[in-house]
Unconditional design. Structure first.
Length: 73
């Protein structure tokens, strides 16, 4: 939720109650909420990128084939 113009009357009232409970104005609350959402999205993207870089572990058959292709010493 970025701007107050995009909120319905009920959503605006709900966010106003949450802002009052946090001791903030509605505009400040919505700005803080948007900042938190952006931070969570960027953290999720970083976690997804880190997970994508990890190689998958080979299964039982894959490990067996790797051993079979190694030269006998």
């Amino acid at each position: 939720m970025a701007k107050t113009e995009e909120l319905t009357e009920a959503q605006r009232a709900y966010e106003a109650r949450r802002a009052a409970k946090a001791g903030m104005s509605l505009d400040k609350w919505l700005a803080e909420k948007a900042r938190r959402n952006r931070a969570e999205e960027s953290a999720a993207k970083l976690a997804e990128a880190a997970k994508a870089k990890e190689p998958e572990k080979k299964g039982w058959f894959g490990r067996l084939m790797d051993r079979a292709h190694k030269p006998i010493k």
